[in-house]
Design a protein around this ligand. Sequence first.
Ligand code: ARG
Length: 574
Amino acid sequence: MTTLEALLQDRLATAFAAVAGAPADPSVRRSQHADFQADGALALARQLGRKPREIAADVVRIADLDGVCSTVEISGPGFINLTVADATIASLLAGMSRDERLGVQPVATPETVLVDYSAPNVAKEMHVGHLRSTVIGDAAVRLLEWLGHRVIKANHVGDWGTPFGMLIEHLLDIGESEAVHELSMGDLNGFYQAARAKFDADDEFKQRARTRVVALQSGDEQTRRLWRLLIDESEKYFLRLYERLDIRLTEQDFVGESFYNDMLAPVVDELDRLGLLTESEGAKVVYPEGFTNRAGDRLPIIVRKRDGGYGYGATDLAAIRYRTQQLRATRLLYVVGLPQHQHLAMVHAVAREAGWLRPPARAEHIGFGSVLGPDGKIFRTRAGETVKLGDLVDEAIARAEAVVAQKSPDLDAASRAEVALAVGIGAIKYADLSNDRTRDYVFDWNRMLSLDGNTAPYLQYARARILSIFRRGEVTPRRDLPAIAVTDPAERALAIELLAFPGVVTGVAESLEFHKLAGHLRQVATAFTTFYERCPVLRSEGEVRESRLALCDLTARVLGRGLGLLGIATPDRM
Ligand code: ARG
C-alpha cells in the first residue's frame, strides 16, 4: 500500500534517472494547478546544462504514468503537472479502507528507541516546560510503538544532588507526616521554597543541610530512607498527573539521576583511560571537539567537581553509556527544552568521542520552545508563580465542561464528563503539538478550546459527527469495497488528503515534528467539511452511497488514529 505521492514519485524517479543518467529527485508535491506537481527538471537543468522544459518533456515521454494519471502537462519553466486518474484514487482508497493500519506499514527493521522525556525534579513542581516534554515525548512513544519499534521510556527525574540536604533537613523540621501531607497534596513548590528560605537565612540550617548531603552520599541508612520518602511522595504526585493527562509513563519508567550513581566513577575512569579527561582548577573535565565560547576558549563538560561530587553532565554521560551498551538503544531521543541544547550537544559529542555512541546508534535533541502567557512572557500565574500542572488540568476540564454543556446539552451526565475530560486534555495537548515545537507558543484557553479553529475539539467533533451519520442512517460502512469511487471535486480533494496520511506519519516518525501530523488532520477535517456540504451521503443511492459512506468511515478512522497517535482521546459521541 503506497500513498499517491510516493507512487508518483516512484514512477517519475525511473524516468528522471534515465534522462539524467543518474538518480535524480522528481520532487513531487501537492499543487494548486493540478493534483500534484513535479519540479525536478528545474534542479536538473543546471546540472545537465539543458533547458528544464526539454528535460520535463523527455521525462513525460518515457515515464510510465499510464493508468496512474489522467493528464500530464508541462507548465511554466518546466513543471510537470499531474492529474491523477479517478480509477487510481478509487483503488488506492479501497486498499486503505481494507487495511486496519490505514496504509501505514510497520517498519521493516524495528529498532530500540529510547525516549528521555518528562523528567521533572523531585520535591519541585513540574513546570510548563516539563508539560511540553511530557506531551511531546508521549506522542513520540505512541507513534514509534505503533510503527513497530521497541520503545524504552526513560523518565530521567532529578532525584539527586545537593538540594536534598536542605530538603531532608526541612522534612525533619516539620515532621514526616506533615511533609508527606504537603507533598501528597502536590504542594511541591511550597515545600521546596520553605527549605530554600531557611537555607538562605539560617547558617545553622545551612550547616545541617551540608552535613546531610555528605550523609546521603555516604549511604547513611536513615538519610537514605528520608530521601526515598521524598522521592516516593513526589513520584506518586507525578503519576497522578500522568494518569489524568493520559500519559503512558508508569512507575517502572522512573529511572532518575540517582540510578547512575554507581556508574559515575567507572565513567570517569574510562574517560581517563581514553585520554579524554583534563584537570581544570581542581575539577575533572572533558573538552569535546568543536565547542567554544565567544572568546574562542574551549568549553568543558564537568564530570567531577572540585569537591569530588559529580553533576548533571556526568550523570548524562553515564546514562548514554548505559543506554547504548546495556539497553542497546540505537536511537536516543532527548525531549528537552532548547535552552539545554548546548549541554546535550556536548554530552553527545563526548559520548561519540568515547565510543559510547557509535553508528548506527545516534542521539537527537528533540528541543522545544517556551510556553508564553498572553502577555508574551513566560507563562505564570497572575501572582507570578509557576503554574501548578494539577491546577492547569482542573481548569482545562472545567472550561471544557462549559463548552460541552453548550454544544451538546442532551448528553447524559456521565458522557458529558467523559467528553469534557477528552476535550480539556486534548485541547492542552493539541495546542502544544500543533505548533512547531522549536518555537514558543502562547497558552490561550479560548483559542485552544475553540470549536472552529485548529484545535482538538474541532477535530474531535469532526470525527464524532461522522459517526453520528452512521448512527442516524443505521448503517455500517463497508470496508471491503473493490473501489471507492470519487467524482465530485470536493470528494477528490478529501480523497487525496486522506491518501497522504501514511506519508505524513512516516515523515513525522523521522522528524518528530508533530505539528505536521496535526496540520494534516486539520486539513482532512476541513476537506471533509467541504465534502459533506457539497455531497449528500445518506440521501445518495447505490454505489455512490456506498463509496461516500466508505469515505466518511475512512475520514473518521484517520482522525481517530491520528489523534490517538498524538495522545488525544476521541469520544464517539459528543
Ligand atoms: N530534570 C531536568 C530539568 O528539569 C531535565 C532532564 C532532561 N534529561 C536529561 N537526560 N538531561 O531540567
